[in-house]
Design a protein around this ligand. Structure first.
Ligand code: NDP
Ligand code: 8X3
Length: 253
């Protein structure tokens, strides 16, 4: 019987890369993201390249109503989800707390914490029904450490770190694995989003060293996915070799 994986935020970056790798492993895929046309294009590409089934669902994880509408009413053949990658997330702004933009704070808290919770509640109940499952949360080095002006983004990822631990305890009796991955700097659309389209500032983040690629992180996620049933990777911190912690880099500029 084929296996099913759900990847949130598959329209770019890490989510897109892991969706492609899961399909190569033969998983049928539910992919989500707000950008409908990108989602449809990715679905077509994956079907052509890997021949698996793909269900693209375009919605905003911040909307409980939408999450319930799409994930709470999955067609029967898509309800037996084996792997959930809780990837949709973002940083918006990089300001000191006294100069924080309330709307930026709300976007990060609503997406990174509340969106992850809305998705996890529905999918963990499906996994309990099916008596199997593996949830992998995208945390960050920002969920382990705090860096200057990272305040609310770091807090949202510290919340993911705590939620991963809590979910692992609560879902243990049902045989559901819960893991997280905590990457350092990965060159994706992340900094373009953080700096609101200031692409020069975004590109500067990755100058002078080799950052992780979305594929590097996707490979590590696939390692977690492919562990035998009795093995779970609770937590993985993955960094560029040129990054010691959240703020110390060996940049050649
Ligand atoms: P990208 O910006 O490249 O991709 C983010 C993805 O999340 C997109 O597919 C986007 O889709 C989706 N997304 C964002 N907001 C929402 C929303 N409200 N509803 C649904 N989907 C949403 O960034 P990354 O691939 O780098 O980030 C993926 C995850 O990895 C995030 O959780 C991020 O915090 C984490 N991370 C990233 C690191 C990095 O350095 N890049 C390092 C550590 C962790 P769309 O816009 O179409 O909705
Ligand atoms: C993304 C990595 O260090 O910019 O989570 O917070 S960092």
């Amino acid at each position: 019987m084929s296996k099913i994986a759900l990847v949130t935020g598959a329209t770019a970056g890490i989510g897109e890369a892991v969706a492609v790798l899961l399909a190569k492993e033969g998983y049928d895929l539910i992919i989500t993201g707000r950008r409908e046309s990108r989602l449809q294009e990715l679905a077509k590409r994956i079907v052509a390249e890997s021949g698996v089934k793909v269900l693209p669902l375009s919605f905003d994880v911040r909307s409980l109503e939408s999450v319930e509408k799409y994930l709470g009413n999955l067609p029967q053949e898509w309800r037996s989800i084996d792997v959930l990658v809780n990837n949709a997330g973002l940083a918006v702004g990089l300001n000191p707390i006294n100069d924080g933009v309330i709307d930026d704070w709300e976007r990060m808290i609503d997406t990174n914490i509340k969106g992850l919770l809305y998705v996890s509640k529905i999918v963990s109940n499906l996994m309990i029904e099916n008596k199997k499952g593996h949830i992998i949360n995208l945390c960050s080095i920002a969920g382990k450490e705090v860096y200057p002006n990272g305040n609310v983004y770091c807090a949202s990822k510290h919340a993911v770190d705590a939620l991963t631990k809590g979910m692992r305890i609560d879902l243990l009796p049902y045989g559901i694995k819960v893991s997280q991955i905590c990457p350092g700097a990965v060159e994706t659309e992340f900094s373009q989003v953080r700096f609101k389209g200031d692409n020069e500032r975004a590109a500067n983040v990755y100058k002078g060293f080799v950052p992780l690629s979305a594929n590097d992180v996707a490979d590590a996620i696939m390692y977690m996915v492919k562990c035998p049933p009795h093995v779970n990777i609770n937590d993985m911190v993955i960094m560029p070799a040129a990054q010691a912690n959240s703020s110390i880099f060996n940049k050649k500029v």
